[in-house]
Design a protein around this ligand. Sequence first.
Ligand SMILES: [Zn+2]
Length: 408
Amino acid sequence: MDVNEHRLWSLLSEVNEFGALETGGVERLAWTDSEIAAREWLAQRCRGEGLDVDYDEAGNVWAFAGSRPAVMLGSHLDTVPRGGRFDGALGIVSGLETLLSARETKTPGWDRLGLLCFTDEEGVRFGLGMTGSRALAGDIESDEVRSATTSDGIRLTDEMETAGFDPGSIGQVTSRRNDVSAYLEMHVEQGRRLERAGVAAGIVTGIVGLSHWRMDVIGEANHAGTTMAEDRRDALIPVAAAALEAQRTMRETEGLVATVGEAEVTSGATNIVPGHARASLDVRSLDERKIDEANDRIMAAARSTAERNGCELKIQETKRLHAAPMAPPVLDAMRAAARDLDVDAPEMPSMAGHDAMTLTKAGIDCGMVFVRSESGISHSPRENSSQADCVLGASLLATAALRLAWGS
Ligand SMILES: [Zn+2]
């Protein structure tokens, strides 16, 4: 099914009036006036089209074209500070456009489609992230919501109450799982794989798992002038070894990224041999076996370097998120949709987290379509995808959603 190109693009322009920046980007942080207004615009726009619309207790917006449960198309309308016009917003407007085009053309399955806009996907204000989808998945504690504040002390619960929501009722959102037969999302790729391949859109096979480690290296602080090489116990050297091994491992392992993103010499100075260093390691892959192997390899390099340099190495895994494979029936519908439209849509994992990750863990069948990001830039006013690419991605999403809805 082809979507209405003109309406898709004008919906995107309409929503991006909320929080528009002079730089060309947008800023709609979760539960700020502009983000609340954008969600309300969506609710009103859907009501105006005669869709069945409501908010749940987390502030997520739901709209249905007909019966429930429905194949829900969704994303988020919140952004990062000085964000782009596509991340989240494109998924929402392509979902709405799909509902409208399918209904107009009476394409079979049109009345089993819905739209779902999640709140606070980005997590920049309150440090939570994916709050709306976690509420739907039943994966959020009321304590977590109660204690969530911004860095300047604004409470999430106060923001929700001001907007007319009862944060104490957020646990009730899980009952809405009965309204969802599957969840599909179109999103900008936020990388350069599609651009390199020269194609407009791709099918996401899963969302990568992630492992975070903290390294602490204890050496011996000493005078940088008088301490000769053989007498040094330099705590920074094992961190450097880890960073280099992370780069080697990444280059030699298909579908894996590894980053030492934080490294610090504690109480360091120009003229002191580092006595204590701390660093982080972030490893991601769809294949968790590869994550474990990479961790082992990088930490082994840090450990042997620590031994050679007379340092003690302490390591600890601080975070582990399991990979979220997309559901086989949804993947099949997307592959069939690509054949229907005669488009080349390569399959690839998502290297960033999305709401679909949370929902997959709660047993909801999920799938995602990626649209080519210009120069791979995202979370920036320079984020861009061409109108033609967005239209092709939306048509792929619509065709897959209707195949699923009709078959269900
Ligand atoms: Zn996003």
